[in-house]
Write a protein that binds this ligand. Sequence first.
Ligand SMILES: *Cc1c(COP(=O)(O)O)cnc(C)c1O
Length: 370
Amino acid sequence: MIPVFSPLLGEEELKNVNEAIKSGWISSKGKFIEEFENKFAEYSGCKYGVAVTNGTSALHLALTVLGVKKGDEVIIPNFTMMATALAVVYTGAKPVFVDCEEETGNIDVKKIKDKINYKTKVILPVHIYGHACDMDEINKIAEKHKLFVVEDAAEAHGAEYKNKRCGSLGDIGCFSFYANKLITTGEGGMLVTNSEEIYEKAKSLRNLSFGKENRFLHEEVGFNYRMTNVQAGIGLGQMKRIDFILKKKIENALLYNSFLRGVKGIDIPIEKSYVKNSYWMYAIRFNDNFGFNKKDVKTKLFEKGVDSRDFFIGMNKQPFFKKIGLQVDEKFPISEKWSETGLYLPSGVDLTKENIKYICDCIEEIKNGK
Ligand SMILES: *Cc1c(COP(=O)(O)O)cnc(C)c1O
């Protein structure tokens, strides 16, 4: 079976994990943490990094630092991973959904304005599958309405918008280092920013908001979102590979494109002229011309030894929102279409050219009813 993804780990990571264990620095103190924060923040075009337990906690911490609370609203795409919406729910604020655009699956910038009111505090775009959102337009809207911008860049390490890296384009950028992300620390995440004030606040809130004068007098409701030194050691090892991983992802995507471009009924991923797509996952859609729906394709691919994954299901369809009184009756036709027609194909960096050729041949066979 060709898996959808497998992480690339090796000697560098092992060496650092060994060192952390031998030195006894296995919790959240130790030399790897700051080094990893500095390296990754710099990579993402930011001055400061705050390493945390996962991407979800990075998002929650980011919104908390910006003062988001009950009674506020945060604008997010309807088509995203659940963590984006949950981070908003944790703060007590209300997530307000915006449909996605047809070409990229990213939040439809033209539809943001209609959702802004006096309660809106933050716009939280997500760079879906590694294609950057139109950040200039989003920042313009945010500036006009005095809103903060938090990027969910959990799928966009190394991706670029107008030659700037994702994560550095708003007030705060949030990353995940889950095993299937561009680089991994097992579980892990990071908040990056160019604001010293945000940085200091985030560091304090990450660590239970211990008092400055008297350590055991806490002025804020802090969290324990600390990353361990062991994880940071893995992350530092990954930083030595990040350029290679990104390059390989892009090469693989272009190879997939070359085989699938000519197949009628498939929408291959795009790359707008001002974007560098990181192709975190190679995500395609099957339109009516393909002749089979993606559910059939998924089953048949599996029978041929190729694993794949469905796209996200829209936030408006999530049962738990009803339970907490946040049901939306509004329709989100584009995001629905994306969910119904999209699959992502194996996207690991260990894929060979032959693997990719085989996967694309399988897709053609399926189209021809085989
Ligand atoms: C992976 C992901 C997250 C959450 O990251 P975790 O580390 O799993 O908590 C958030 N948003 C998006 C868009 C993601 O893909």
